[in-house]
Ligand binder design. Structure first.
Ligand SMILES: NC(=O)c1ccc[n+]([C@@H]2O[C@H](COP(=O)([O-])OP(=O)(O)OC[C@H]3O[C@@H](n4cnc5c(N)ncnc54)[C@H](OP(=O)(O)O)[C@@H]3O)[C@@H](O)[C@H]2O)c1
Length: 339
């Protein structure tokens, strides 16, 4: 593999897409800027030197094929993914290059793991859903914490955000998910996803500093409920989220400045239990959109540099040594610890 891969970013001018483009460039890679709006692609390309733009639409498979010519992988950052995941994955299958996305939508990640294993294996490519803050980070933390365990009785996940600052794409994605669920909530119990009409329980979780004791909503179901069970033998998964940022999702928030890391602080605690033994992994960082970029780009790097590139549907926790993956993300904006 070339040490300077060329990667198509679909949805390149979105808030998350811009972080992905910047991360590729920081590593000396070459992004091809793709998305449905040629004007927005031109504006983004003007911020850099010599980047190619390739407008493409999910309704026009040939335009997607053109967007992928010469690329070694495609990263899909255009959401809601209910619309974009399947057409862009299908284009990656035709081009026979790995596909990665940053979908947070549980049902979309589930559809990817249900629909694509045989197709991806036949095409000899990896399809990696939810290589992002939701779906990717906890998968890495739980995989690393389990280490040499073949199975765990329980994985307990707790997210603390001091605010959410949702983007237009996140809000739109929430509306799509609500409509799909008929405004019910999605709950993961005993290995199954189910819809419920009652209110989610609110309880308390004591996080490590700086968050400490916080009110949390239980049954905070994310793409983690798809990625973890895809490869980890776990009997129960519970997931909690601090209450305050959830109120941001429904509120009149404006989009954070495009491409600029916000002040948002996050902490994610994962506790895995086998019998009486517990292991813990904690990640702390700044800005859930910004951290998504190094997660998906590092996943791409590990795929492309693998001496025997894997094929099929894989989650980031499956790609390589998860603890090593997490440590490689370490920066002034991200730390991880295990105990
Ligand atoms: N799993 C995670 O942790 C995680 C992290 C970050 C983001 N995400 C997800 O990523 C998605 C994007 O978020 P964002 O923050 O980047 O939002 P954003 O700034 O609003 O950007 C959304 C991007 O998606 C494009 N898009 C939307 N629908 C499209 C369609 N049908 N065809 C082509 N392009 C389409 C938009 O293009 P236009 O401007 O032309 O509409 C834009 O480029 C959301 O679904 C969000 O939930 C997930």
């Amino acid at each position: 593999m070339t040490s300077h891969p060329t990667v198509t970013v679909f949805g390149a001018y979105g808030h998350t897409g811009r972080f992905v483009v910047a991360e590729l460039i920081r590593r000396g890679w070459t992004p091809i800027l793709s998305g449905r709006d040629a004007g927005k692609l031109t504006d983004l390309a003007a911020s850099y030197t010599g980047l190619e733009i390739r407008p493409a639409s999910i309704d026009d498979p040939e335009s997607l094929d053109r967007a992928l010519v010469g690329a070694t992988a495609v990263i899909n950052a255009a959401g809601p993914f209910a619309a974009t995941a399947a057409p862009v994955t299908d284009a990656a299958l035709r081009a026979r290059i790995p596909y990665l996305d940053v979908a947070a939508e549980v049902e979309v990640a589930l559809s990817t793991v249900d629909r694509y294993p045989a197709l991806a294996t036949a095409a000899g490519i990896a399809v990696v859903p939810a290589a992002a803050f939701y779906g990717g980070l906890v998968d890495l933390l739980a995989t690393a914490a389990m280490g040499d365990w073949a199975a765990a009785d329980e994985v307990s996940i707790a997210y603390a955000l001091d605010s959410w600052l949702p983007t237009a794409g996140t809000v739109a994605t929430g509306h799509v998910s609500d409509a799909r669920r008929d405004s019910k909530r999605l709950v993961f119990r005993q290995g199954r996803l189910e819809l419920r009409s009652d209110d989610a329980p609110v309880t308390e979780w004591t996080f490590p500093e700086p968050f400490g004791p916080q009110r949390v909503q239980a049954d905070f179901t994310t793409a983690d409920s798809v990625t973890l069970p895809h490869h980890l033998k776990v009997s129960e998964i519970s997931s909690h989220m601090t209450v305050a940022p959830l109120e941001d999702l429904g509120g009149p928030r404006t989009t954070p400045p495009t491409g600029i890391r916000s002040d948002q602080q996050f902490l994610v605690e994962v506790i895995v239990r086998s019998g009486d033994e517990r292991r813990r992994a904690v990640a702390r960082g700044q800005d859930i959109y910004a951290i998504t970029a190094p997660i998906v780009v590092e996943a791409t790097r590990r795929l492309l540099e693998s001496p025997t590139p894997p094929a099929g549907v894989l989650t980031v926790g499956q790609l390589s040594d998860a603890a090593d993956f997490l440590r490689s993300l370490g920066s002034e904006h991200f730390t991880v610890e295990f105990s």
